[in-house]
Design a protein around this ligand. Structure first.
Ligand SMILES: [Fe+2]
Ligand SMILES: [Fe+2]
Length: 150
């Protein structure tokens, strides 16, 4: 059970770093008047996602494990690759929503695993991060309503 917790923590750590990479790239590449708000929001979220990675890494250390380096990294966020058309804000909004849904699923599974393993500290960490990911999703659902450009 403890193994399951460290493996979810490691996976979540790498996911956060992939999210940082793609939010940073998209916050730079998007163009146009409609992009400004989304870019600013991505810039704020980058700091939060990086902070999540740091919290997860520190928890791994407390559990006598360690966060992975880049050799263990495998890319997953195909929906979040920078769009061909740099004014395609909608594709970035949709990619962010997919990434946030995945994160929500990961932290819900961490909450459950930690609860079953009677590890309230990891459970509390997972609940804290889960709340941030739900807030990110709400923010981008708002953008999705605002940009009906399909
Ligand atoms: Fe995050
Ligand atoms: Fe997030």
């Amino acid at each position: 059970m403890a193994d399951q917790i460290t493996s979810i923590l490691k996976e979540a750590y790498l996911d956060e770093l992939e999210t940082v990479m793609n939010y940073l790239t998209n916050s730079i590449v998007l163009d146009g008047v409609h992009a400004e708000e989304v870019k600013e929001s991505l810039q704020e979220d980058i700091q939060e996602e990086l902070n999540h990675a740091e919290m997860l890494g520190n928890r791994l250390k407390q559990l006598d494990a360690k966060p992975p380096g880049s050799a263990e990294f495998e890319a997953n966020q195909m929906d979040l690759q920078p769009p061909e058309d740099s004014t395609d804000v909608v594709s970035v909004i949709e990619g962010v929503l997919t990434a946030e849904e995945d994160a929500i699923e990961t932290y819900r599974s961490l909450v459950n695993a930690a609860r079953e393993a009677d590890d309230p500290v990891t459970e509390d960490l997972a609940v804290t991060i889960l709340a941030d990911e739900e807030a990110h999703r709400t923010e981008f659902r708002g953008f999705q309503k605002e940009y009906p450009m399909n």
